[in-house]
Ligand binder design. Sequence first.
Ligand code: ATP
Ligand code: MG
Length: 548
Amino acid sequence: VLARKAKAEKRMVTSPASRNARELAAVRRQIEERAFRSERQLATAQQITHMGSWEWNVAKNEVAWSDELYRIYGLEPRSCSITFDSFLARVHPDDRQRIELAVSRAVEEKGTFHYRERIVRPDGAIRVLDSMGEASFDEEGRFLGLIGTCRDITEQNARERLEEGVHRVLEMIAAAAPLASTLVELVGVIEREADGMLGSVLLMAPSGDRLRVVAAPRLPPAYNRLLEDFPIGASAGSCGIAVHRRSAVFVRDILVDPLWERYRFVASDYGLRACWSTPIFGNDERVLGTFALYYRQERMPNEQQLELIQRAIHIAGIAIERSQMEEQLRELTAHLERAREDERTGIAREIHDELGQALTGLKMDLAWMGRRLERKEDELRERMTAMSQLIDETIGQVRRISAALRPGVLDDLGLVPALEWLAQEFARRTRTRCSLKTTVGDPPFTRDVATAVFRICQEALTNVARHAGASRVEITLDEKGDCLLLTVTDDGTGLKASAVEGQASLGLLGIRERARRLGGEVKVTGGKAGTTVELTLPLDHARLEAHP
Ligand SMILES: Nc1ncnc2c1ncn2[C@@H]1O[C@H](COP(=O)(O)OP(=O)(O)OP(=O)(O)O)[C@@H](O)[C@H]1O
Ligand SMILES: [Mg+2]
């Protein structure tokens, strides 16, 4: 090169024509340098953004890939030549058809394409690419080929998937979905983040000295059965020890770790090799349970997995505490409700018996006095008759007040007579026809069930009187399968859509809650012609034991 350079320089000095050539060469060098620089910039940009580019020449069936694209596919740059088919062979089989379709549509419509596809690297790793491009044509409209770019969005895609999953779980918590389903979903979201990871959530039993499995969708069912009632202690597998120590216990290899001495063979029988368990804490630092990840190979968690575990225990903690609080609230409401019914029963009895008897006594005394009065004392006699009438009315009122608090028939004669009484009272007060049809017989229902059905029917009838403007109401009480079914149907104005979702009214909310406490549910339906309230209650434990 040096010799050539010296020769050229000599030529340049000697001839004027060579000066021209020298200038030309300088310009060319400049252009080449610029081209080289921009190519290098492009390559660097592609590397930084994990973006590759490609061009498919149809005539030659040759696909030119940029170096970065080779790297994205897990290949040495330019290590092999590419055709459309060899490209397609590297695409995940489930995505191939979709891609072919998008490309052929772009060719037909002389347009662009944009898709996400999974590719499989030679080592089997799957990457997610975001690809876009367009078909190119010559002046006569002949198809030349395709040109496009691919961006490796595997990490971004995984982040998006995780965020979507977390979002789904949080929605379930907000919607008060059953705790087990929420935690199964959470475990699924975490498991999806790494191949072969198996998750489980154990909950602290109310006694506080055992754990029980609540969500372990992919662990072997037989292994889960062993965790149904699991001890807590210094040698009780990763989970029992994590609760005992109140800190995470990561076991790389169950087969050799002394912590697993007692359960080693149980776990290894099911092919479980590594187990990392972390306690889930509540707001008050109480241990609520554990979140564990298993592997079938020995290993310790990496940074990303540690982060995942932290997120999982945080969300699981919220879910468990929320569900426990709801359960407590439900128990408290049930307790208050029972206390209120007991109080009502007491007051109703006292009013009925004490007041009623006192009034009856007064009436009898009055009658006695009347009989003893002189014939001429008419004025006094009239007064006494009026007093006696007043006492009669008061006795009637006392009975009604007492029955409104809690009808004696409910406790004395049972649910069906109480509903009959309710229907009659409703018809008398509102002058609306009201009938009760029932097929249920003995044995009688428990106090909780009888009270719930009675109060639900009472609220439904109150609603009919207040909102429906109905001319007739039909109440039915039947047994269907294992359930008790109560319906209250009116022929009134029907339910407005806003009424069903309305938050302010507590009547329907109370009805639903009462039913839920007993494991049942309430449906309120209605169109233009009336409304139906339908209560379904499971019958198991709903009846008192039949007395011999
Ligand atoms: N049988 C019915 N016919 C027509 N509308 C009804 C009927 N039952 C309920 N509704 C509608 O549903 C709404 C909610 O009923 P809900 O019993 O929850 O509340 P409310 O009766 O308005 O108030 P409260 O909390 O005192 O019971 C009512 O406001 C009413 O608009
Ligand atoms: Mg109401």
